[in-house]
Write a protein that binds this ligand. Structure first.
Ligand SMILES: N=c1c2ncn([C@@H]3O[C@H](COP(=O)(O)OP(=O)(O)OP(=O)(O)O)[C@@H](O)[C@H]3O)c2ncn1[C@@H]1O[C@H](COP(=O)(O)O)[C@@H](O)[C@H]1O
Length: 110
């Protein structure tokens, strides 16, 4: 019997239409669970890289996105923001959190 909680790549792709951030987070959770060998995301959840590597990436990506903003380079700013957001989602997953925690925090400020 198949595990109803086990999402596949196909399911994650199908979710892209609904909400890209939630779909990406679902893929990150799947990589955390299954640890496929060829996955960069999975490597972040192992001793190969780990939490310190994610925190280091967040520092690097935030510097790069600031430089892109200072250069008025919108394409680069979008790319660096995406790198930052991806690593932020990995960090939330590592801490047992999800994009819903972010939504709740933002909504509480309205
Ligand atoms: N959105 C991302 C994503 N954004 C950034 N990265 C990776 O983050 C890494 C660090 O980015 P850098 O710009 O610093 O690149 P780098 O200098 O080569 O860094 P290093 O790999 O040397 O540390 C790169 O290897 C990027 O590929 C991502 N890796 C994966 N995803 C998504 O995560 C999901 C799972 O993918 P897998 O990780 O392949 O399973 C898929 O939906 C992917 O699209």
């Amino acid at each position: 019997m198949s595990d109803p909680d086990a999402s596949t790549d196909a399911e994650a792709d199908a979710d892209l239409d609904a909400d890209t951030i939630d779909a990406l987070f679902g893929t990150i959770e799947q990589r955390k669970r299954d640890l496929p060998e060829d996955s960069y995301t999975a490597s972040l959840f192992t001793h190969e890289k780990g939490e310190n590597a994610v925190l280091e990436k967040l520092g690097e990506e935030s510097t790069e996105l600031i430089l892109a903003a200072k250069d008025d380079d919108r394409e680069e700013l979008a790319a660096e923001s995406a790198d930052f957001l991806y690593h932020l989602l990995v960090l939330l997953s590592m801490k047992g959190m999800s994009p819903d925690d972010l939504r709740e925090e933002l909504e509480a400020r309205f």
